[in-house]
Design a protein around this ligand. Sequence first.
Ligand code: CP
Length: 316
Amino acid sequence: MLNFPSILESIGDLDKTQIDGLLKLAEKFKFRTSLTTNFTTTRPVVATLFLENSTRTKHSFFMAIENLGGRHMDFNAEKSSLSKGESLEETLLTLYSQGVNACVIRSSDNALLNPLKQNPPLRVINGGDGTNEHPTQALLDLFTMQQWEGEIEGKTIAIMGDCLHSRVTHSLVKLLPMYGAKVIISGPRSLCENYAKSENLPYVEKAKDCLQQADIIYLLRMQLERHQESFGDLSQYNKDFGLSLKLMKDVNKFVPVYHPGPCNIGVELDLELLRSQYYRGHEQVKHSIPMRMAIILAMLENGDKTVGTFANLSSY
Ligand code: CP
């Protein structure tokens, strides 16, 4: 796994050999939860810089860093000098000077990471940026699918719901076909049809029709905080596009339901489905830790050693 990128902004930053390496490393870390030093240098520091709320991503990175034997800095964006107008680049250079080696950034801004791509001041992992991408979520989803459903080659994976505003969808449509899966898009026309067309993916409107075709469902919540216009009645959305345990049982095959979380019970799914054997969301959360351990270790140990040396300071 040589030349791992210094900034993981998109699935497109990785090639298949690198992703295969991450999957292998995650497999190795699957049962390892005790604190062991895995680094060749003194315990590195990884900061989590979350400008948007998170339960899963932030805390699983925290656990992953701890499990690797690294140190964690919980950067408090609201109380930081970002609120006084300091730029992100200057903030990261400041963190670097304090000994931080890598940073996980979550933001609602699609373009926030763009200026960092040429000369990152330290290693940067995208923890979800607006409606752009969520590459580490997609990687842990692939890892979980392989663990639970076997190889995904030849399988049909239906991404259902608010595909237009889903950053994880935008990473999954790049990743899953690399492993031979066929991706289909399903949900309301306004949130899916043009998106499917733009990605050259089949579109199936109704959940029931989609369930007949799919081997795996990847269900999304309505990401209303990212909508430009009001969507309307969510109880009608639930009737038209929501999944229930009853609907799953009506299909004459077992179709597991993945969900990146957080879930909105009574909107995209019902409580009975969430608590049933169909639901894989908690397995995704479990598998997020070994996959994020793999990502951190690969980036810190196999990346460009000149990153964070101030070599490119003038570009800021
Ligand atoms: N899947 C995901 O990104 O969840 P959080 O927003 O809780 O991190």
